[in-house]
Design a protein around this ligand. Structure first.
Ligand SMILES: [Fe+2]
Length: 265
């Protein structure tokens, strides 16, 4: 079974390069399951229902997110529209599972691919240098007790490399892959851990690399140089597509390989 996981899609440049590359990648690599982190797909801040639908139409099976998921308020009604119904398309859009249970949305999805393989996707968020929310490690344990699928992909949306690596070791042998998002810089540490979990600290941004992690570099520089508040806008140039391709055994759910992908225009 082959899984393609697209790193943080950022703004219109990110969405365009996703449209350019997804069709041929699905075909060439015979991808069974397509997952993308889309927390910044809307202008670099949040996700709108229309953009979520566009990404699902392109073939994404599940969209994961992170700390920016609440930036576009419309997403709350979208989450509520699913009302827990797994047949609703909105149910395929996740928010980190370790937010308070009363928060709109759900952080795990279980489904079946077009080829008949069961799978689950878990979205977690780290706590180091981020908002203090519930413990992602204990939340992962709790969710793994409820999940029936063998193939399980975890998006660990976190700032600190140590927290992401720790999660990789914690879940080794219990899930198919632990993939990091949020920091937007792809890391060269793709590997299959000893007990069979594919791991990468950060899959990398799918968006404009002529930027500071997606935002126009002049605006970020002004903030660093003066400390004054200013507007941040999504950059446009040098778009790149970053993803991880995982091959796993659908019976055991364990990974055989993980490969980094970075494509330009
Ligand atoms: Fe984030």
């Amino acid at each position: 079974m082959r899984i393609l996981f697209i790193g943080d899609i950022f703004g219109s440049a990110g969405r365009k390069i996703v449209r350019d590359h997804v069709p041929h990648l699905l075909d060439t690599h015979k991808v069974d399951l397509l997952i993308a982190n889309a927390e910044n797909a809307a202008g670099g801040f949040g996700l709108t229902p229309a953009i979520a639908e566009e990404l699902l139409d392109l073939g994404c099976d599940v969209l994961t997110t992170g700390n920016h998921i609440w930036d576009k308020k419309e997403i709350i009604d979208y989450f509520n529209s699913a009302n827990g119904n797994s047949n609703s398309r909105a149910r395929r859009v996740l928010r980190p599972a370790n937010f308070a249970p009363t928060v709109p949305g759900i952080g795990v999805f279980e489904g079946t691919t077009k080829t008949g393989q069961n799978y689950a996707v878990i979205n977690l968020q780290g706590r180091i240098f981020m908002q203090s929310i519930d413990d992602p490690f204990r939340k992962a344990d709790e969710l793994l007790q409820q999940i029936n699928s063998k193939v399980i992909v975890v998006d660990m949306h976190a700032e600190a490399t140590s927290e992401k690596i720790a999660m990789g070791w914690y879940l080794d042998g219990r899930v198919t892959a632990v993939l990091g998002t949020h920091t937007h810089v792809p890391t060269a540490d793709t590997r299959v851990l000893p007990k069979g979990t594919a791991y990468q600290t950060d899959v990398g941004m799918t968006g404009p690399y002529d930027s500071v992690i997606g935002v126009q570099k002049e605006q970020i520089l002004q903030r660093f140089l003066t400390g004054l508040p200013n507007r941040f806008e999504a950059a446009k140039d040098d778009p790149r597509f970053c993803a991880a391709l995982i091959e796993c055994d659908p019976v055991t759910g364990l990974a055989n390989s993980i490969q980094r992908i970075m494509l330009g225009e």
